[in-house]
Design a protein around this ligand. Sequence first.
Ligand SMILES: CO[C@H](O)c1c[n+]2c([nH]1)[C@H](O)[C@@H](O)[C@H](O)[C@H]2CO
Length: 444
Amino acid sequence: MSDFNKDFLFGVATASYQVEGAYNEDGRSMSIWDTFCRQDGKVYKGHNGDVACDHYHLYKDDVKMMKDLGIEAYRFSIAWPRIFPEKGHYNPKGIDFYKRLTDELLKNDIKPFVTIYHWDLPQWADDLGGWLNREVVDWFGEYVSKLFNELGGYIRNWITLNEPWCSSFLSYFIGEHAPGHKDLGEAVLVSHNLLLAHGKAVEIFRDINSSDSKIGITLNLNEVFPATDSPEDKAAARIADGFQNRWFLDPIFKGEYPKDMLELFGKYAKTDFITDGDLKRISQKLDFLGVNYYTRAVVKKGNDGILNAEQIDVDNEKTEMGWEVYPESLYNILMRLKNEYTFDLPLYITENGAAYKDVVSDDGHVHDEKRVEFLKKHFKQAKRFIDDGGNLRGYFVWSLMDNFEWAHGYSKRFGIVYVDYETEKRILKDSALWYKNLISTRTI
Ligand SMILES: CO[C@H](O)c1c[n+]2c([nH]1)[C@H](O)[C@@H](O)[C@H](O)[C@H]2CO
């Protein structure tokens, strides 16, 4: 058994589109996810975030719930369509919600960690090309400037983007997420514009915010294993690692795109959009890196014609998402970051959690033993990293409560708190009580 020190932050995470609801309230305009949900076949049973967990109205109860659990930090995202419902049109009512939420958190000694962009791009921006249009960098700059000026005095920890890999490759190449394009060339361009927007936000942050405020980015990273020791499978694992991890880690921390991936992508996509100064903007010094970890990947040589890397099904314990439970890779990823990219830079686990088939038992409780075991194993790996000299500052469990799980709608439950979507009633799962105990004892 070993203790997390008193400064380590035990947190939970959510995102605006997944929990807020109030999709057309107080001036909020449509986002690409409002649009995507309304397209046939894109989202499970046509679910959408119109109401979600109604966090917009129930936030005070949710903050009290966090306080009662002893939660020390709350990672939430801001909905860009609330702040700028139209191009160039600022909506003060939009900011007011986040001022109320932040005020409630601070009153309850809960540190706000804000994700500036967690996928709900305003539809007006998408109508003008969205992340495909390099002008998005300026639109994002106008957005972040308003946030820093209006909220910078209360919020000290800022995350520019949540998972640019998802906003680019999952949304423009694989097509599972909004806006649902399937074009590698677009995805590569989008990934670059996302990183430029990230860099622009850091520049503006450095101009506006005091030094006791911190800024970083959140990347979803996984450890990639070859299915066999064959040269083909090892090559596939290297490409998959480039596609998932190095394509973002290298420009941010080394100031250059990985050459093997530039060469591969260059066969299928224009890569002449990289202009002088871009990589300097993208690779500015950060105050921390957020890591979202859920599972590892095991790949073999594939025949998909582009990456030629195919993830295989591993005969091991899986979550309701079909993701293998593999806690060791959390440690391995953090150690790789420490040794190859971030060194002593503070790290946060900004998301880790699991979906399981949660039901309310006859006793009125939700006995989610599998989630408790999942979290216990992953927290142990986080502590192992700290004990081995890792500069891990905090851990945000995904998620505070069940919520809208993107293309899966409300069919997947990740929360440590159960949500009855008919009544919006919250029920603490056993994992919430386990977390409360971990926080109070600080011992894993
Ligand atoms: C492979 O998992 C990704 O890293 C990932 C998993 N998740 C995420 N990213 C997103 O940041 C959340 O909005 C999701 O709700 C959450 C659960 O699916």
